[in-house]
Write a new protein. Structure first.
Ligand SMILES: Nc1nc2c(ncn2[C@@H]2O[C@H](COP(=O)(O)OP(=O)(O)O)[C@@H](O)[C@H]2O)c(=O)[nH]1
Ligand SMILES: [Mg+2]
Ligand SMILES: [Zn+2]
Length: 311
């Protein structure tokens, strides 16, 4: 009998599959057809699979089509992709105004990447307990920018119980990826959401990455109120998705909305005459910082990827 389940952990050759509320350690059937793409791992966490549980060692027989997935490219010459996780329902970007400061450019890059992957996003502004008046004002300004263009923003800190209720509601029955700079409090927040997980906080774990470039395995942590949560699986590579220049504007909601007001339909909104986007920037309808982010991404300006968490 085939039973449907979700892959919650992978060790490379074995897979832990949650079927109903039980976990099964499974092997993969010898030949399994996959949707074209060359990947180093045929199965990723988040995959919905059908498992034959009638044998001593359960076998994954089929993988159901993925709703979405996030990949990293292998650093070696084969240029194979490694799927970090699939079937994500939500990406939660944890940002902080201080200790460390999350830049707007960083937020914007994350947002367009998640947009490209078609993963809904929520911005969580953490460590609000550390904010003095000026930083609080700055944070509110930023929240205004992102709320206006349709992104949900939540403020929280490790003592704030009310926002935790809101966050838990949001995560209920979803598979959520938690991302953000190292040190912003991702793991602390996940432990508050699901105390039984008791994940290690306060450490930057670079060690296991050394030497092995391809083995970053994400894990789906079970949420007792329904759903799964993933603690930053190599989010660094989230930024490496390839986009065509004319695609980038599509991933900025406020630019997307005005695109068809431009004179030229292949307008890149840089210097073109009759550009509705430039007009909106001049009229302060589009936020200038966001527009600058757009131009930087368009012109391929590199970010300091070392800022990204890579555990
Ligand atoms: N002041 C303050 N510190 C926090 C908060 N959340 C986490 N921290 C601290 O920030 C540091 C990094 O937290 P951690 O959860 O490991 O961050 P991660 O690298 O994003 O997983 C730890 O020392 C935490 O105690 C918060 O809301 N306020
Ligand atoms: Mg952490
Ligand atoms: Zn334009």
């Amino acid at each position: 009998m085939l039973q449907k389940g979700v892959v919650i952990k992978s060790t490379g050759s074995n897979y832990l599959v949650k079927i109903n509320s039980q976990n099964y350690l499974c092997k993969l059937k010898g030949k399994i057809r996959l949707d074209g793409r060359k990947t180093t791992n045929p199965i990723a966490v988040g995959d919905i699979v059908e498992v034959n549980t009638n044998t001593d060692s359960p076998v994954i027989e089929t993988i159901l089509p993925r709703k979405n997935y996030i990949i990293r490219k292998s650093l070696n010459l084969s240029k194979q992709a490694h799927i970090l996780a699939s079937n994500l329902d939500l990406a939660m970007l944890v940002c902080t105004m201080v200790a460390p400061r999350t830049s707007l450019g960083f937020i914007d890059r994350f947002l367009i990447t998640a947009e490209a992957y078609q993963i809904p996003i929520v911005l969580v502004f953490n460590k609000t307990d550390l904010l003095e008046a000026d930083l609080l004002a700055y944070q509110n300004q930023i929240i205004k920018i992102y709320t206006k263009i349709g992104y949900q923003c939540i403020t929280t800190n490790f003592n704030d119980k009310e926002s935790l209720i809101e966050i838990k509601k949001l995560l209920s029955n979803k598979t959520t990826l938690v991302a953000g700079h190292s040190g912003v409090g991702k793991t602390t927040l996940i432990n508050r959401i699901e105390p039984s997980l008791n994940l290690k906080t306060g450490e930057i774990s670079l060690t296991h990455l050394k030497g092995t470039h391809t083995t970053t395995f994400a894990e789906l942590h079970n949420l007792s109120f329904g759903g799964f949560i993933i603690d930053s699986p190599g989010v660094k590579e989230l930024g490496l998705v390839e986009m065509k220049k004319e695609e980038i504007g599509h991933y900025f909601p406020e630019i997307r909305e005005l695109m068809n007001t431009c004179k030229f339909n292949n307008c890149l909104h840089q210097t073109e005459p009759g550009c509705g986007v430039i007009k909106a920037v001049n009229e302060k309808e589009i936020n200038e910082e966001r527009y600058i982010s757009y131009l930087k991404i368009l012109n391929g300006e590199e970010m300091d990827w070392n800022e990204w968490e890579i555990n």
